[in-house]
Design a protein around this ligand. Structure first.
Ligand code: FMN
Length: 199
């Protein structure tokens, strides 16, 4: 079974409805570590050796965060900038993350319909996530389609419950599957056949 590291970044965790609920659904799963970056580093001083050691111990890395201005909150960017060092994560001799899986688990205020050429955000969330995809790629990681809960402002209680249950299913699937089959049609993790039939 794979070990999953959830790197959670939410500047206002106490005010979170969706991310908070997603986290609770996976908190007690064996082999899952939740690492709350804003709780650990309120001053933004990231302990790089400790973060590298944590990465070493896990097979799958999840960047879980609300979508803020089409990207991640700043502490996660700081984490990426400092922890994914040249010569360790990428570049000559930089093979520490080679072969690990990586994905974003995001929540967006905007609905899916807003994230397309005809919508107000013009581009898809996959387009906005390209820097994460390429960061993972250059570190030799397998970047998987994102898990996304969209339209959070209008999400009904039952829809939230369903998303939360799906997140737990998705994380367990990542733990149990040697590989995840994706193709061009998989914009989201929940598009893979093993999860699609759970929606
Ligand atoms: C500073 C800020 C920036 C945001 N930027 C975006 C954005 O670019 N796109 C979007 O769809 N929602 C955006 N939102 C809405 C959040 O993504 C949404 O409130 C959050 O995902 C809800 O999750 P939570 O209940 O865990 O806080 C933004 C919210 C804040 C506070």
């Amino acid at each position: 079974m794979k070990n999953v590291l959830i790197l959670f970044a939410h500047p206002r965790h106490e005010a979170s409805r969706v991310n908070q609920a997603l986290l609770e659904s996976v908190r007690d799963l064996p082999g899952v570590t939740i690492h709350d970056l804003y709780e650990k580093y309120p001053d933004f001083f990231i302990d790089v050796p400790a973060e590298k050691a944590l990465l070493d111990q896990h097979d799958t890395i999840v960047w879980q965060h609300p979508f803020y201005w089409y990207s991640c909150p700043p502490l996660l960017k700081q984490w990426i900038d400092l922890v994914l060092e040249f010569g360790w994560a990428y570049g000559p001799g930089g093979h520490a993350l080679q072969g690990k899986q990586c994905l974003n688990a995001i929540t967006t205020g905007g609905s899916l319909a807003m994230y397309c050429a005809q919508g107000s955000n013009v581009y898809s969330v996959n387009d906005f996530l390209r820097p994460f995809e390429q960061t993972a790629a250059i570190c030799g990681m397998e970047y998987l389609p994102p898990f996304a809960v969209m339209g959070t402002h209008k999400l009904e209680v039952n829809d939230l419950k369903r998303e939360v249950a799906l997140y737990a299913e998705a994380i367990q699937l990542l733990q149990q599957s040697p590989s995840i089959e994706t193709d061009e049609g998989c914009a989201f993790l929940t598009d893979i056949p093993a999860l699609k039939n759970k929606i």
